[in-house]
Design a binder for this molecule. Structure first.
Ligand code: GDP
Ligand code: MG
Length: 442
């Protein structure tokens, strides 16, 4: 597999970015700013941008033959090593374009997969990325080899059947068969290893069932890790790069009055995240699925903030978090240049809290809002107390809903649903043991 990965790497390579914009589409293009940030995050040097208006996708070359030929000229002029498309290409389009421009062509998903591959730190993240790469690359293998074959035989071939020296062709097909088998085997093995890790992760999440859990989600580079650090004193990596964080990190956040929140940082999202990646990061994103509430961090200073919010909401729905309570947080308000931009966001998202994770602005308001939610959660408690403790039992009857009572010896074990705001009162009433079995937002 090493060979294939190498061909997709772009580190220190001179890249031309290509974006097709559909004529008649009212959506404004960002001038390939995000693709440039992605390419630079992967280590490439952007030497040129080529944006083209097209009426429809050309089946062979996506942007059309004439434009692809112009692109070939630019490859020579800018001495480029790689062309990166903002759009996702089919394997045959990649092959066709490579034949014309005579250099490597990558699409957006391949680029994102490459960034994830360089960032993966833990075993779990590495396995998840490898799996996504294999699943995205696998269906492209056939076509890649056909392409290599036709390049090898370019001098002598006349008709399709006679392309390539017989020996080369045979080697290509054998190689393809070997590759296919290897890929299939690797996928199975990766899935097995991931399942093991996932089980551990699920046990970990399970152990935190009774705690109040808030999960930071948002577009990549929006400030999730910075906020985690500011609030909890954690040392999560923060960087002005896309996808600095690939692993979830959970820290205790002590709010006022001994209220304890478990705050988790997650991998950031991006527009058109390859779905193979979303699928293989499902376990990492379990943290979000299991949270009591999501804190959606928005980079309010980014000109594409609204589009980014939509992209995040789309991924959240995809991973089964569509109905979760979400608090929108407009971050980086310290660097917003035009006040009108912030006002627009506030009009569109009237409940959003404005903060700066960097300067600390607005964090008190944020804390109070989360505290409100915290107090509003309902707990399922298992309370063990002496039978003679009538006070505790009447407290639970008054403020909770008792679902089970078990008498054994001098004790009674009561299961009761109760608002978290009454927990402190109950704890003062001479109880042997209180276990939090479940916590949910109401
Ligand atoms: P993540 O990808 O969402 O985890 O984002 P990070 O926490 O790594 O932050 C991305 C970049 O934005 C870093 O360079 C941070 O220093 C910067 N950043 C985060 N929050 C703020 C903020 O409130 N104001 C400013 N000016 N920069 C911020
Ligand atoms: Mg981060």
């Amino acid at each position: 597999m090493e060979k294939l990965r190498d061909t997709l790497r772009v580190r220190r390579e001179r890249a031309i970015l290509v974006g097709a914009v559909f004529a008649g589409n009212s959506e404004k293009s960002d001038g390939l700013i995000e693709l440039a940030a992605l390419a630079e995050s992967a280590g490439a040097i952007v030497v040129d941008k080529f944006q083209q208006k097209i009426h429809k996708i050309n089946a062979a070359t996506y942007i059309g033959k004439g434009k692809t030929e112009q692109l070939a000229g630019r490859v020579i002029r800018f001495n480029a090593d790689v062309i990166i498309f903002d759009n996702d290409l089919t394997p045959s389009q990649i092959r066709e374009i490579e034949t014309i421009v005579k250099t490597k062509v990558l699409d957006r998903s391949e680029l994102i997969l490459d960034i994830f591959a360089t960032r993966a730190q833990t075993k779990q993240a590495k396995l998840q990325v490898s799996l996504a790469q294999l699943e995205y690359t696998y269906p492209r293998l056939t076509k890649m080899w056909q392409h290599l074959d036709s390049v090898a035989g370019a001098g002598g071939g006349t008709t399709a059947g006679a392309v390539g020296a017989v020996g080369t062709r045979g080697t290509g097909e054998q190689q393809l068969e070997i590759d296919r088998r290897l890929v299939k085997k690797s996928i199975t093995e990766l899935k097995r290893q991931l399942q093991e890790i996932d089980k551990r992760k699920i046990r970990e999440i399970d152990a935190r069932r009774g705690s109040f859990k808030a999960c930071l989600v948002g577009y990549t580079n929006s400030g999730k890790s910075t906020l985690l650090n500011t609030l909890t004193g954690a040392d999560a990596v923060t960087e002005d790069r896309l996808f600095a964080t690939l692993d979830t990190k959970t820290k205790k956040w002590m709010m006022d009055g001994a209220a304890e929140v478990l705050l988790s940082d997650t991998v950031g999202f991006v527009r058109n995240l390859p779905h193979q990646l979303v699928a293989s990061f499902k376990a990492t994103l379990e943290e979000a699925v299991n949270a009591d509430m999501l804190l959606h961090i928005v980079d309010a200073a980014n000109p594409n903030a609204i589009k980014q919010i939509e992209a995040v909401r789309k991924v959240l729905a995809e991973i089964g978090c569509g109905d979760k309570p979400v608090m929108e947080i407009l971050n980086k308000v310290d660097v917003i240049k035009k006040i009108g931009d912030l006002e627009l966001l506030q009009t569109l998202f009237p409940d959003a809290v404005c903060i700066s994770a960097k300067t600390g602005f607005g964090l008190d308001v944020l804390k109070n809002k989360i505290m409100e939610k915290y107090r509003g959660t309902e707990l399922l408690l298992r309370v063990t107390s002496p039978q003679s403790n009538g006070k505790a039992q009447s407290f639970m009857r008054a403020y909770g809903r008792i679902t089970k009572e078990d008498y054994s010896g001098d004790s009674v074990i009561i299961e009761v649903n109760m608002g978290r705001n009454h927990l402190a009162g109950l704890q003062r009433l001479g109880i042997e043991k209180i276990e939090i079995i479940e916590s949910r937002l109401i």
